[in-house]
Design a protein. Structure first.
Length: 176
């Protein structure tokens, strides 16, 4: 039986200032805030079990495009292993990586990599087990392609999203 009274105590008794941490994150990534309802969001759904070359390419492109990388869950069921693997993957690049299994449900992601361009003002509804965002709030592409290829596809196939896709393509150094 574990002894609760024998657990180690923190070296400091001061509480963590989550607001300061969030501001530090925003400063480090060059953004004043995380993408909100007033700007389009580009989300790249990945798995740490994907081929290394694919992950490296997507991390590089997500960094330049200021896209968010999303994982469904923990690698090998371990938060420390997941954090170490993410750190190894991104190095010092200022890219947002999140673990959010609900987003996979929200956008009905069945395979990775998958790319979602979500319209500014779109709502992130709570959901379970099936797509639960309005289909006109986002566009989706999936397959082992580059981020710029997916954005080109969005421009060609979804005229309502062409301008937003063009903004992200410009961040990648591509003009269209």
């Amino acid at each position: 039986m574990p002894r609760i009274d024998a657990l180690p105590t923190p070296a400091t008794q001061t509480s963590v200032d989550l607001d300061a941490l969030a501001r530090g994150f925003a400063t480090a990534t060059g953004a004043s805030t995380l993408p909100g309802a007033d700007e389009p969001r580009l989300i790249v759904f990945i798995s740490l079990s994907m081929p290394e070359a694919t992950l490296a390419r997507l991390v590089d492109q997500a960094t330049r495009a200021r896209a968010q990388l999303l994982l469904r869950g923990l690698s090998e069921g371990s938060l420390p292993r997941t954090a170490a693997r993410i750190q190894q993957l991104i190095g010092t690049r200022p890219v947002a990586v999140q673990i959010d299994p609900r987003a996979f449900d929200r956008y009905a992601i069945q395979r990775v990599p998958a790319f979602v361009l979500a319209r500014a003002g779109g709502q992130d509804a709570a959901c379970s087990g099936e797509q639960c965002t309005r289909s006109d709030d986002h566009v989706l592409a999936a397959g082992d392609v580059s981020l710029d290829y997916a954005l080109d596809h969005f421009q060609r196939s979804a005229p309502a999203f062409a301008k937003d896709a063009g903004r992200f393509l410009a961040r990648l150094g591509r003009r269209k």
